[in-house]
Ligand binder design. Sequence first.
Ligand code: C5P
Length: 218
Amino acid sequence: FVPKLLAGRKVVLTAGPTFEALDPVRGITNISSGKMGYALARACAQAGAEVVLVSGPVSLPVPAEVRRVSVTSALEMRDAVLHALPGADVFIGVAAVADYRPLASAEHKLKKSADTMNIALTPNPDILAEVAAHADAPFCVGFAAESRDLDAYAEGKRRNKRLPMLVGNLVSDGMGGDDNTVILYDDAGRHPLPRAAKAEVARGIVAHLAGLLPARGR
Ligand code: C5P
């Protein structure tokens, strides 16, 4: 039995890495598996929400009752999020969005030479900060995967991006694996969840965020 904590709500999530093309066959990406975002999308659907999952390139099945929109780059992810957002009560940024993309993507395969090669990068938009800054923003939840000083970085990101809630984890505890150890941060402080399978952690996150959601009637 799963309590329908999000009945009547619309949730938009991002998950997975982004892939920033250098040429038709190469690019810059990261080790995000997408498992946490997919588990959370599933948990939101099980809690009764209408769910749109904007996903970077991963090879995971679409959870039942979830609408997946597949994207590759951060710019595509931002467009898909903005398109899915109208009517959303909650936005959860789980994706490990590349902070930078190559300034230019070559139309044809880059050829090697003996010379050193430099790649010029330009910053990607911060999708979550952009959504959270909107006047009519949904309830926004961020993720922070850090390799050290989790509390300080997580609270810093929550404040900078103006998020009511952020989920923090150590890269060593969660990235790529099936289990995760997370700490939830909100205006009331920090709330560690027990180490568990990502499906269980996702249910804990949903329960916490459902308790913070403003009453309906937007
Ligand atoms: O600053 P950092 O990338 O660590 O922030 C992580 C949070 O911000 C995650 O929720 C992530 O999905 C979101 N984010 C984003 N767009 C970016 C960078 C991060 O939505 N360009």
